[in-house]
Design a protein around this ligand. Structure first.
Ligand code: IMP
Ligand code: MG
Length: 179
């Protein structure tokens, strides 16, 4: 399928599932090498990162835990600029190595919010892993430790990413066709 229609918008194939898989696998390999004996807590940001988190964690071989927070900043196709926390953190992160898992880092506002929260809760080390990164949209100053694929500043759907709640189930990633 090289194009998909979601609601009023048309999208074309942008990243094939096999390329997603190899990006996820190389991120896992890098983490397996770097996070040995730190017993990291992976903290996946819902909803977007659910597939990435599952595929990544299947390939993580170090002792670890995974948990989820639910944050939301996007409405339709644009960030609202403020982030609401819909499901919070229950774990005690004090003294732990925490690896934030994002589907995509865009402006970085979502990431910043979680970062501040983790610092306040005295995590020992905070790392960031994102499947997709939009360097041209990023306004944050936190280091992104693990990036799967850098992408241009276009609107994407599939593999967890949604347009107005739809399209998260698509196995490939698609980009909006501008008309
Ligand atoms: P940020 O706070 O601007 O970095 O945005 C992060 C969140 O916005 C991501 O976790 C996604 O849920 C959503 N987002 C950003 N860019 C896109 C996109 O191109 N398609 C779908 N969702 C996106
Ligand atoms: Mg997200």
């Amino acid at each position: 399928m090289s194009t998909v229609t979601i609601k009023d918008k048309e999208f074309e194939l942008f990243i094939q599932s096999q390329d997603i898989t190899s990006a996820v696998n190389s991120m896992a390999a890098q983490m397996n090498a770097e996070l040995q004996s730190s017993n990291p807590l992976f903290l996946a940001i819902l909803n977007g990162s659910f597939l990435f988190a599952a595929d990544l964690l299947r390939n993580i071989k170090v002792e670890c835990e995974i948990s989820f927070v639910k944050l939301s900043s996007y409405q339709g196709m644009a960030t609202t600029g403020n982030v609401s926390q819909l499901i919070g953190m229950n774990e005690d992160v004090k003294g732990r190595t925490v690896v934030i898992l994002e589907d995509i880092v865009d402006t970085g506002i979502t990431l910043e919010k979680l970062f501040v929260d983790l610092e306040r809760k005295q995590a020992a080390s905070i790392k960031v892993a994102t499947l997709l990164f939009k360097p041209d949209a990023y306004t944050g100053n936190r280091n992104i430790d693990y990036v799967g694929i850098e992408v241009p500043n276009n609107f994407l759907v599939g593999y967890g990413l949604d347009y107005d709640g739809q399209g998260r189930n698509l196995e490939h990633i698609y980009t909006l066709i501008k008309k």
